[in-house]
Design a protein around this ligand. Structure first.
Ligand code: ZN
Length: 209
């Protein structure tokens, strides 16, 4: 249900940030507004809520830091989390570049639809516990795989097909599955690489290359 900030923040500062991205800020702002309108239309009770203002979210953050032995410490500051029709965002969400907020909300829209389809309690139960809460979380892996597929599609639309073919980009996505970020939900890199290759092959730009 969570989606991290799309790319590490340091890459967005200084020389790592291509000039063309700044020039598209206005376009990104417009896209973000349009996406928020779409979400509000599709989900009547859709709301963005700041994590630091939610007692439950602060409690989840403490629990995650504890159960992952500190591997997940950035839940409040870097991760966006959807529960039902609420999307919980970090304190500085409004300062994130519009392009990042768009990418993250595209990911969260998949989770919003999953909640609508399966219902809050069944989805939460499957996501958190089945078959295991840590180390082998097949349901969580499948739910996040669909959401990360959308993250990759959104990134390809924004930065081009070559961007998502880059091994560093791919590895950052796959690390979400194999690391403590989501409680080591699927520590099988080779099966994840096959999934990623199939995803790339399904993207429209794959035909042009
Ligand atoms: Zn997610």
């Amino acid at each position: 249900m969570s989606g991290p900030y799309s790319e590490p923040r340091r890459e967005r500062q200084g020389s790592g940030y291509p000039r063309a991205m700044h020039e598209r800020d206005g376009v990104d702002e417009a896209r973000l507004r349009a996406l928020l309108d779409e979400l509000a239309a599709e989900f009547p009770r859709f709301r963005l809520v700041r994590k630091d203002r939610s007692f439950v979210q602060r409690s989840i953050a403490r629990l995650l830091a504890l159960t992952t032995l500190g591997a997940q410490r950035s839940y409040l500051d870097r991760f966006v989390t959807t529960i039902g029709q609420r999307v919980y965002v970090p304190r500085h969400w409004e300062r994130w570049p519009a392009v990042d907020r768009c990418l993250v909300l595209r990911h969260q829209r998949v989770h919003l639809r999953q909640f609508r389809r399966f219902g809050l309690a069944p989805l939460a139960l499957a996501y958190l516990l089945l078959p295991l809460p840590l180390g082998l979380a097949w349901c969580r892996m499948r739910l996040e795989r669909d959401a990360y597929a959308e993250s990759v599609r959104a990134a390809a639309e924004r930065w081009g097909f070559a961007h998502v073919c880059d091994a560093a980009f791919r590895d950052r996505i796959l690390a979400m599955f194999t690391s403590g970020a989501y409680g080591w939900m699927w520590p099988f890199p080779s099966s994840l690489r096959r999934w990623y290759d199939a995803l790339l092959a399904s993207l429209p730009a794959a035909d042009e290359g």
